[in-house]
Design a protein around this ligand. Structure first.
Ligand code: 5GP
Ligand code: ZN
Length: 114
């Protein structure tokens, strides 16, 4: 946790473009956006990956969906559509081991993902 870049972003030790902040959840612009809207939504609590989510975090994870919905409406991508992506472990390409939800939108996306 001490060297987790997202924990440092949450604490303000690394600068970020904040788009949402409450007592449990923080959201900021991805540094390398993959679509016109690319926001990372993270719990303030350090959870390394989605496999580590337990019963204790049920409400927290639900709240992240509420924040995603709110940001999607604010950014005008709710009706056109968006993706909420959580990568877990090596094959997914997870690079930062503090669970995060990518909110992606503003362009037509392909399926299946690469
Ligand atoms: P992952 O591959 O782990 O699902 O996604 C990590 C994401 O974090 C990537 O989209 C990457 O661009 C973003 N990212 C990595 N380091 C930073 C940073 O220091 N600041 C911001 N805003 N985004 C970051
Ligand atoms: Zn962390």
């Amino acid at each position: 946790m001490g060297d987790c870049i997202f924990c440092k972003i949450i604490k303000g030790e690394i600068p970020s473009k904040k788009v949402y902040d409450d007592k449990d959840i923080f959201a900021f612009e991805d540094i390398n956006p993959q679509s016109p809207v690319h926001i990372l939504i993270v719990p303030k609590k350090h959870i390394a990956k989605s496999l580590d989510v337990t019963e204790k975090e049920k409400e927290l994870i639900g709240s992240i969906f509420m924040v995603a919905n709110r940001l999607a409406v604010e950014r005008g991508i709710a009706e056109s559509g968006f993706r909420l992506v959580v990568n877990c472990n090596r094959d997914s390409g997870q690079e930062v081991f503090h669970i995060h939800f990518h909110l992606l939108g503003g362009r037509k996306m392909k399926w299946p993902p690469g």
